[in-house]
Structure formats: structure tokens, C-alpha cells
Ligand binder design. Sequence first.
Ligand code: URA
Length: 247
Amino acid sequence: MRIDKILANSGYGSRKDVKKLLRAKAVTVNGAIIRDAAAHVDPEKDFIFVGDDQVRYQEFIYLVMNKPAGVISATEDRVHETVLDLLSEADFSREPFPVGRLDIDTEGLLILTNDGKFAHEVLAPKKHVDKTYYAQIAGLVTPADIAAFAKGVILKGNATKGEEDYETKPAVLKILTTDTETGTSEIEVTITEGKFHQVKRMFESVGKTVLYLKRIQMGKLVLDETLPLGAYRELTEAELALVLTRD
Ligand code: URA
């Protein structure tokens, strides 16, 4: 693998930054100074140093973002900003992608990675990774809604698009508050699937509307509320394991 790619992927800045390090003779491989950005090196076998720092090559990047409303959780969009536009150049250059989708107006926990196998494990329906959302609802959520969600509700398919109705898997609905004056509720709901607009459509099926939606947990990984909206950081290894942890 090219030395500039290895260094850029190991937190030494963009390829341009890395070129500067190489030019400054700060990079050695097995004790020899390397100045050629295209030089091929084996990150598993060779001893790579930047100054006195031994480079520990990380093949994959795992990020957690507190997604703000107004950006799309996709890698590109012709109209809107995407979550990738919120990344630093160095992180963007690792080519991460969002693990699953949140709607443009949904906030909260979003994982980005360039590890396709990990993303597949998180999203594979048979892995049943729980996703928990906090929502504000127009309408008073009732114990009957809790029972309906526990049993599974019908999401109406768009017949003109040839879509069939779909019965959701059991979901756990918790009522946090109901306000009879405003006719609104706050809830938490845990689902194991990721159908298009699933939470919004589940509430539609019981005659209510989601006003605000935020993902607060995936598996056992809880949203880091100290991350401002639009901010992100790397996941620790322990946090990464939590994503795939189930009861
Ligand atoms: N359910 C929705 O309706 N929207 C989301 O963004 C996530 C889950």
C-alpha cells in the first residue's frame, strides 16, 4: 500500500499534509528515510515511523455522529448537504459511509464506517440490532398503542408503486409524558428493523404524527449527548462492541 495512503489513514492529515512530512524527511520505513509519496510499504510487516512516533495502521474507521436535521444520511445528494460534508478532509478521505439511514429531519446517533462487513452485521435483519428513538408525538399515546406496537402494526404500502402492506416486528413503546392541554406526548420506542420511515409510519398506523425524532441508542451504544449536533468522534473499541451487543 502507498505510504501516503497509510499515513493519511493513520491520522497524519490529508495526502497534502503527508507529502509535507515526507518532504521534511520525517518518515522512515525500517530505518530508512522515505520521501516518495507513492512508495509501497506493508503496514503489517514494515516498521513505519513519523519522527519518534511508530505508525499504527488502522484499516478501518468507525465514527459516531450526532446527526443534525437538514442533512441527508447518504454519501451524495444533488440538493442537500450530506453527513459526509460534516467530516474533516482527513476523515472524508477514508471513504466512510453511513450505517443505515436517518431521515433528513431526524437527529441523533449515526455510525459511519468504511468497514462493509461491520455495516452489514449491524444492518442484517437476522442480527436484530435494536434501535431506540426518542420522539415527540402529536396525539396522546395510550396503553392500547403500546399493545399494538408490541404485537406489530401494519405499515401501508403504496399500492401505486406496487408495494405491499407490511406487518412490523414487535416493538417496545414507552410513554414518557402525555400533555392533555397540548395533546402531545413524548415517547421512546425500540425497533429491531429499519423500514423506510418506520417510526413515523408506525405512529401513522395508530392515528398519530411524529413531530420530532431522534435516535438515542443502537444495540447497547447510547448517543453521547455531549456531542453537539453535527459533531462526531471516533468510536472506541468497547463502544464498537456495544453496537452488536444484545440482551
Ligand atoms: N424511523 C423514521 O421514521 N425515521 C427515521 O429517520 C428513523 C426511523
